[in-house]
Every structure is written in structure tokens, then in C-alpha cells.
Write a protein that binds this ligand. Structure first.
Ligand SMILES: [Zn+2]
Length: 226
């Protein structure tokens, strides 16, 4: 049976890493919402579109983009995955309470879309809990490969230049500069964290997992609870 797994947590909680591990283990497609949006807003061929340009500036500052716009994109992308017969794991969707529950009016949002497609029994949600200190530390020391997207952590004294997987150049994301990280944390608390309460209020189960240990330990805990 196809399923959808949602991985929640503040920036740097390890959502992307865990989603990749889950996708590989369970044969799901990983829908990385942040990366998906980044590809669209940073696309040079879309610079002339004033709406996209506005969203690019918001994105670079670490702000979350309008729920209705994100909802439409993610819904379309998810529909394609489901149509191909695969289940899906999300790192970063839904992003806001509004998107989850009210993107198209009251009780019409991403959660309802997924439930309609897959049934509530096939939806799983995990919340990776980390402290704000961990969140900031992990984001500040993160590099992303410009070619294959591999993310690595580094120490100030030994910042790698090239990706060990594909040889591509590493870069720091605009999102991972300290100013943007602070904005992201505030945005997360204000707009994303309320989704978890909202889901519980509506009878969805959201399993809390300690996100502080090493990724393989966190992964074992998730599998244990799935
Ligand atoms: Zn690479």
C-alpha cells in the first residue's frame, strides 16, 4: 500500500537526512520541498517574472513563501509521484498551518489532500526535536554540493571545497547564513510548529523523536516507531 511520511522539525533537525534514509529503505520518493522551491525561485530563466523575483528575495531572507502558492506546487508534484505508483516521504511539507489545513479555504489543505488520496491509516508523521542551539550550529556548518546536492557538515579549520561523491563544487546556501537562520527559526515557531498541535487536535498521530543523536540512531528510532 502506498504511504506518505511527513518529517517535521526545525531547520537543522535532520529532516532531509532522515527522509533520504526512509526513501531508500522503504522504496519511497523523497519530496524535498525546500530544494524544490529553491530550484524554482533561483532559476535564472524566471528572473523576469516579478512574482518569482519577489519570492526569491523572501526565500533568501529565510521567510516562508505564501501558503497558497506552495500548496499548489507541492500538490502537483505529489500527484505526479502518486500517479507513478510510488509512496512519498516529505521533508518540509506541509510548511505552514495554513498550507496544512486552510490553503484553499477552511478544512481544505495539504493534509486533507493526502488523506483523500491515501487514507488516514497510510499517513505517518514524525517530529524531530532538537534545541535551537543544535539548529543554529548544524545550519551554520552546512555545505551543499552544487551538482549532486549532497549535504555535509564541516569544521571551520577544514572546510572542503569539492564533493567527495561527484567532484562538484560545494557552496553554502543563502538560507544558511546566520541572519537567515534566525529568521527561519522564528518562522518555524510561528508558522510550522502549530501544524503538529493542529494535527493532534484532528486526531492524527505525530510521533516525537529525539533529533539530537547521530543520524543512524535517529533513523533506527523512527523505524522502530513506524
Ligand atoms: Zn556532489
Amino acid at each position: 500500500m502506498r504511504k506518505a511520511i511527513m518529517v517535521f522539525g526545525p531547520p537543522g533537525a535532520g529532516k532531509g537526512t532522515q527522509a533520504n534514509l526512509l526513501a531508500a529503505k522503504l522504496g519511497l520518493i523523497h519530496f524535498d520541498t525546500g530544494k524544490y522551491i529553491e530550484l524554482i525561485v533561483q532559476d535564472p530563466s524566471k528572473r523576469s517574472d516579478p512574482e518569482i523575483d519577489k519570492y526569491r528575495m523572501m526565500f533568501d531572507r529565510g521567510e516562508l513563501l505564501p501558503a497558497a502558492w506552495v500548496y499548489k506546487l507541492v500538490k502537483e508534484g505529489t500527484q505526479k509521484i502518486l500517479d507513478s505508483g510510488f509512496g512519498v516521504v516529505f521533508s518540509g511539507s506541509p510548511r505552514t498551518y495554513e498550507e496544512a489545513f486552510e490553503a484553499e479555504g477552511k478544512d481544505r489543505g495539504f493534509l486533507y489532500f493526502l488523506e483523500e488520496k491515501l487514507g488516514r491509516e497510510n499517513l505517518h508523521a514524525f517530529f524531530l526535536k532538537v534545541t535551537p542551539e543544535t539548529s543554529i550550529k548544524r545550519n551554520s556548518n552546512r555545505l551543499i554540493c552544487t551538482i549532486c546536492g549532497t549535504a555535509v557538515m564541516y569544521h571551520e579549520h577544514s572546510r572542503p571545497e569539492f564533493c567527495p561523491i561527484c567532484g562538484g563544487l560545494f557552496r553554502r546556501r543563502t538560507l544558511d547564513i546566520p541572519e537567515a537562520i534566525k529568521v527561519r527559526l522564528v518562522e518555524y515557531e510561528k508558522k510550522t510548529a502549530p501544524i503538529i498541535e493542529g494535527m493532534r487536535d484532528r486526531g492524527y498521530e505525530v510521533t516525537e523523536i529525539d533529533g539530537e543523536p547521530l543520524p543512524y540512531e535517529v533513523f533506527a528510532e523512527i523505524l522502530n516507531k513506524l
